[in-house]
Design a protein around this ligand. Structure first.
Ligand code: GAL
Length: 700
């Protein structure tokens, strides 16, 4: 929560505040379902969308003309404009100056380049901060953040909401009929760089939100367990935001503040979106998510409010498996889009500027990254940003057009990608399907990130990454699912270290197994309910029946400690004192603090089975276990050549095979059809050169 697990983004920006957020924990969280009546794709061309953020305010008109000519050379057909130009279009409150934006819009329209027009509310102007200082966001430590950067005001500030609505209204009225406009891009990355604010507007709004949620102060005391440490409240005016306190704050209060904060941001989005819908009902409205890298928004909630899901993704350059983490992010984004095509709204052509060491992408990596998003359902490939900025905080960030101009490797790769996307038009609208699902729950992340848990070594995210990576290596495509989503399409469902499990979620997983599903749950699951309280009867709470076991005591390990398993290999981080009820132990600890206790169990229930893993196994044991689970669930998944990513998209009776080789050595696959980037026939054996990408329209 306070130590936001935002693994990208301007470290200075994210430091303390950036954190959790989301939403009222209604017991059942419906799958995202934007109204079918809404347009769900930018108006205009049926081609794949290609382009990026375009910030021409930094340049003179002659540069705009060069840029537009270069965009056409590269096949750019969509740019996001105006995301940070509030201070330019409204230089003083209520005074608007659209001369520059008008000209840019006209030039782009004249060149046939479409615009996703931004509302600039992620960066209020100087006059706003001067006139409304109480809208400044306040950190948990009470520091009011200043101007001279970009970033969100307090989302609960009435002045911020009013000023945002006013500028959005002006933009919508002015450009509704502009020929360049094909969609709206609201704000920028809600939740980053900050998502929580501890200012006085937030205090009032939090109290109102709690009153709405609990009805009475008694209900709040009950949910928050305030009998503990004598925290009992007598009235709403005593309730505060969870500021820094002498010791650990009430965890239920912090969890609710995370929900409240995401809700407050979402309210800001919805207010702008509704203005835009009113002016342009025929155009989709989106905002750019950061699917797996931002912990502060419950995107299951948000996804139902955008007309098209759009996502930003940046590699963590220091990770050698960054391409696997990219795939995870893309699969999560597709899942948020409920399987429909989605937009990659931003990624980088090469280095970013906000990591400790900003490594340039290797030759070909730009294309591999882009194709990996495309393979996993994106129908738009966009970058931050078109032309590199000379001034300001992002001058060392790569762009489509580098500082050094067009005679550069990056520009040549940008041209080549534009050309390749042109060859892949037939892929547009096709879908990716999966037989395996991983449960992803932002509320569980928040609860697990609270202070004073059983072990700092266990994180929901790490375990999800391990499971996802093992499946990736076997070429198994994965969907992510929200608690209580529909599971009937999946043969195998994994719930890796799902810390927070409500009774409803427990029943949901139990029903899935009963009906014939294969479920795998790992250690540290079912520890708390939606109020961060331990379930009556102990761990793993409402998963006891489906797993056929109870846990008498959690037995986390000391740093570096391991214990042998009786089937070979070892476990680390975690063990438990397990009482089997109906489950059978497949593997036991051979020594250590849990010697003789089960480490892997299986429970048959109804038509299905539920597996449980009580430790973090070594890599080989984990790999074998994933193989066993796939076999038990009748899912095909054999180890692929090292670094080879294989995904299919399909529509009607057409199937497209994407093969992306992240390794240096050549790989071969069995395939028949036509390779779309070259037009070559593939007659049984497809060569995917080291570092290369192949897309085959399959035959037969
Ligand atoms: C994104 C942001 C962009 C730019 C980019 C740099 O998170 O939306 O405006 O800052 O990061 O990587």
């Amino acid at each position: 929560m306070t130590s936001m697990s935002h693994d990208r983004h301007h470290p200075a920006e994210v430091a303390e505040l950036a954190s959790a957020a989301a939403f009222a924990a209604a017991p059942a969280r419906p799958a995202p379902s934007p109204s079918p009546a809404r347009p769900d794709w930018p108006r205009g061309t049926q081609q794949l969308r290609y382009g990026g953020d375009y910030n021409p305010e930094q340049w003179t008109r002659d540069v705009w003309l060069d840029d537009i000519a270069l965009m056409r050379d590269a096949g750019v057909n969509l740019v996001s404009v105006g995301i940070f130009n509030w201070g330019l279009i409204e230089p003083r409150e209520g005074e608007y100056d659209f001369a520059q934006l008008d000209e840019i819009m006209d030039l782009l329209a004249g060149a046939g380049i479409d615009v996703a027009l931004g509302t600039p509310t992620a960066s209020p102007p100087a006059w706003f901060w001067t006139r409304y200082p109480d809208s400044r966001p306040v950190t948990r430590d009470g520091v009011a953040l200043g101007f001279g950067s970009r970033g969100m005001a307090s989302p609960s500030s009435p002045d911020y909401r009013r000023a945002s609505a006013a500028v959005t209204e002006q933009l919508a009225a002015r450009y509704a009929d502009h020929p360049a406009l094909v969609m709206w891009h609201v704000h920028n990355e809600y939740g980053a760089p900050i998502s929580e604010s501890y200012d006085e507007h937030s205090v009032r709004a939090f109290r109102a939100w709690l009153e709405d949620r609990y009805g009475s102060i008694h209900g709040l005391n009950d949910a928050w367990g305030t009998a503990f440490w004598g925290q009992r409240y007598q009235g709403w005016d005593e309730v505060d935001v969870p500021r820094r306190a002498p010791s650990v704050s009430n965890p239920a209060q912090r969890l609710d503040f995370a929900r409240f904060s995401s809700n407050a941001l979402l309210e800001c989005f919805i207010a702008e979106r509704d203005i835009l819908h009113r002016h342009t009902p025929e155009l989709p409205v989106t905002t750019n998510f950061m699917a797996s890298s931002c912990s502060s928004a419950d995107y299951w909630r948000w996804a139902g409010e955008v007309d098209v899901v759009a996502n930003d993704h940046y590699l963590t350059a220091a990770r050698s498996d960054s391409h696997i983490m990219l795939a995870l992010d893309a699969d999560l984004t597709r899942s948020l889009a409920a399987g429909r095509p989605w937009m990659l709204m931003e990624h980088s052509t090469s280095a970013v500027n906000w990591q400790p060491r900003n490594l340039a992408k290797l030759p070909g990596e730009l294309a591999r990254n882009s194709m990996s998003h495309l393979a996993r359902g994106a129908d738009a490939i966009m970058f931050f940003q078109f032309r590199a900025s000379r001034s300001g905080a992002e001058k060392f960030h790569s762009a489509m057009l580098p500082h050094a101009g067009t005679d550069t490797r990056v520009w040549r790769e940008v041209l080549a990608l534009g050309h390749d996307l042109g060859q892949l038009e037939s892929v547009r609208g096709s879908r990716v399907s999966a037989e395996v699902a991983i449960v992803w729950d932002w509320e569980s992340f928040w609860a697990q990130d609270l202070e004073w848990g059983p072990s700092v070594d266990l994180t929901h995210r790490d375990v999800i990454e391990a499971v996802y990576s093992a499946l990736w290596r076997r070429g198994v495509t994965v969907d992510f699912v929200a608690p209580q989503a529909e599971l009937s399409d999946y043969r195998l469902v994994l719930a890796p270290s799902l810390h927070l499990v409500s009774d409803g979620t427990g029943a949901w997983l139990t029903d899935y197994v009963h009906g014939g599903g294969t479920l795998a749950v790992s250690y540290g699951s079912g520890l708390v309910d939606e109020n961060d309280a331990v379930h009556p009867g102990g761990f793993p709470g409402p998963l006891r029946k489906v797993l056929g076991l109870g846990i008498d005591e959690l037995l986390p390990f000391a740093a570096g400690e391991t214990a042998a398993l009786d089937t070979g290999g070892h476990g680390s981080i975690w063990s438990e004192d397990i009482r089997l009820t109906t489950a059978t132990a497949i593997t036991r600890f051979a020594d250590g603090r849990a010697a003789g206790q089960p480490a892997v169990t299986v429970n048959r229930l109804g038509e299905g089975s539920a597996w449980y893993l009580a430790t973090r196994p070594d890599a080989a044991t984990f790999e074998a276990l994933i193989g066993d689970l796939l076999a038990a669930a009748h899912v095909t998944g054999k180890l692929q050549p090292e670094g080879l990513e294989v995904v299919e998209r399909a529509t009607g009776d057409e199937r497209f095979l994407f093969a992306i080789n992240h390794a240096q050595t050549d790989a071969r696959l069995v395939a028949r059809g036509v390779e779309l980037l070259s037009g070559d026939a593939v007659e049984g054996s497809l060569l995917v050169p080291g570092g290369g990408v192949r897309v085959v329209r399959l035959r037969g």
